[in-house]
Design a protein around this ligand. Structure first.
Ligand SMILES: [Zn+2]
Length: 233
């Protein structure tokens, strides 16, 4: 259930039952020639909603901007905020909710940029980050062993969740191996890598069937993480 759809009196009532709040954190980021810029927003919202259904927590409005790779700047439409700005935003909005009686805050993101994750991690004892894509990919994918970017795994997830948004006829492959991309991933190199089309890995091998298996594992991980955190804290 969405916080934005409630009146303030309804939120007050719901708070008596459940004091935890889910916050989807997306990013406005290029996803190669075949996926839309809001891919990570849609995924964060999807897993937030699944967690809400399983736990009864409200879902806060999505944060639509995150921290992106500097080397993505020339991909038109991609928009980033700094790590400090994202962290500050989380601190400021949660301060209001905490004041109103919410106790624990679960940020769900589908964007693995290390600086983005850093901005959302270890903010305070009552704020937790859940990354649904942190699952075991073995035996599911044909050409990859991990999540890359707009890749076999991510495109499969999108084909399962939002097939109408995937431009399948435009899928291109031009992998850059992890080692060669490392400096770009850690924001040490900022220019566009040679031959980079915005995808890493092998999106041509993506299928809806693989997406279904991945999404089910990701839902399971999201709920398991939530339960683990609420039991331990
Ligand atoms: Zn993504």
């Amino acid at each position: 259930m969405k916080l934005l759809d409630c009146t303030y009196t309804e939120v007050k009532e719901l708070l008596k039952e459940n004091k935890n709040l889910i916050i989807p954190a997306g990013t406005c980021e290029q996803h190669g020639p075949h996926l839309p810029l809001n891919n990570d927003i849609l995924c964060a919202e999807y897993f937030a909603e699944e967690l809400s259904k399983a736990t009864g927590c409200l879902v806060a409005p999505t944060i639509n901007y995150g921290v992106n790779l500097p080397c993505d700047r020339s991909f038109t439409g991609t928009t980033s905020i700094s790590k400090d700005t994202l962290r500050r935003m989380i601190i400021e909005i949660i301060d209001w909710w905490r004041h109103q009686g919410f106790l624990k805050f679960f940020i769900i993101t589908f964007h693995g940029d290390p600086f983005h994750i850093d901005a959302l991690s270890d903010i305070s004892d009552d704020i937790y980050i859940i990354e649904p894509y942190e699952i075991d990919y073995s035996g599911i994918l044909e050409k990859q062993t991990t999540m890359r970017h707009s890749c076999e795994a991510e495109t499969s997830v999108s084909l399962y969740l939002y097939p109408e948004k995937v431009r399948t006829s435009l899928i291109e492959e031009q992998d850059i191996v992890f080692e060669d991309f490392r400096e770009y991933l850690f924001h040490e190199k900022c220019e566009k890598p040679n031959g980079y089309i915005g995808c890493l890995g092998y999106p041509k091998s993506a299928t809806k069937e693989k997406g279904k298996i991945l999404v089910e594992k990701m839902i399971e991980r999201t709920i398991k993480e939530y339960r683990k955190i609420t039991l331990e804290n």
